[in-house]
Design a protein. Sequence first.
Length: 493
Amino acid sequence: MLEDRIQTLRARSALEWNTAPLVVVYEIRQCDEPSRPIYLLHAAPMSYPEFVACRHCDALYRKPRLLARQSALCSRCGSALGQASSARLDRICAITVAALVTFVISQAFPIMELDINGITSDSSLFGALVVLWNENMQLVAAMVFCATTLFPLIEILALLYVLLPLRSGFVPPGFNQVLRMVQFVRPWGMLEVFVLGILVTVVKMVSIAHVTPETSLFAFGILALMLTFVAAFEPRVLWDIAESLRAGSRRRLPDAGPNVLDRGVGAPSTASNAHQHCLTSAGAGLVGCHVCGQLEKRHPHKHHQYCGRCHARISVRLPDSFGRTWALLIAAGFLYLPANLLPIMYTTTLAHERHDTILSGIVHFWLSGEWLIASVIFIASIMVPMLKLSALTLLAFTAQRRSTWRTGERAKLYRIVELIGRWSMLDIFVIALTVSLVRFGSFGVVTAGPGAVAFGLVVILTMMAAMSFDPRLIWDPAHRATKERSQHTGTTE
């Protein structure tokens, strides 16, 4: 009976709605209940705010209404679909204001002080940048400045600019551009990695001098915790809040029920069920905005299509994803060898002059009994870049060959690469702090080497390669193969 009604609606849609495609969306239910399909027609609407598409696999869902501290996960790939926001807006505002005050303190005071037989040396973050710049390491200085000062400050100020007016009930001018800026700079702010670099530097300096922690060390630690909490807040939520304020009232979203959390959204619990029963936004004739997440009706005849909410350029998949990913991976691969073979630091004392590579530094820590520090540097500086290069090569190769091999595992691998990418900057931060602290004239001076430049570029290029790769390309062949099998089964029957 239902199928007859669907065929009737299809026939009517060809006459009344200009052959608008039929969309089948699986209603979000409790995790242990079967999902039921909802049939609807694309008619007049150009955007579909009641639906959400997964950013990693493109699965289409009815947007849930979530309770406080609840988040929704995609039942197909396990990535986050959304989180509750209204109860957390005040808290995020308060923490962001506190982060701005802490940021000023962290920049204004020294991080630590060294004392060797009455000769003292201290350094702030700004002092480290000045030393690197004066030693013709402008590129390394620019990396450290952007990752620890510029991008975190932009994120804090931009968030305050949009959060405070939204909390007061109005949308500030330039909201779209400012929030897009937040989403652009967020992956490049690395204060938590910088704090780990401070700790590694303290352990390294204890063996040669008396180390006194200063105000900025504690300020950076607190600031890193605050920004980690702020980073857990999804900026896309603010687009929905702003849209509801512009409309004059908040849109009530369909209730997902209290149990549609943490364990995933939707009924499919196995990979096979998820592949068979999942409709993608591309398959429904929609295209999602990669900035604000809004779904728009796709216009295949338009050369360029723009989001109606944030005005960003949108496309079904990231343009030239494979070409950009391969170009960045090849460039990073060429720089990986000199990054590990060239010296990253030169140490000059009255007794000797020593050149240290990443590997020789790890060996030095290991032989000195600092096994934990040696392990941390080995993982962050050797294993993580190697893992990123290998994993992204595997993902790009299999996706370009349209492989259906272990799609779920490959999607998890991509999320791991996204998560660990920034931690390779640890060595760059340790170098910056060591170079600025060990300034004892003829008794001992440390300078940065060319390996630091190559290594920093490897980290940046691999992060850009991960951003250029579209993870939805992993799932496209599996979706098409499942669709072809279903059509073949229907024809056979």
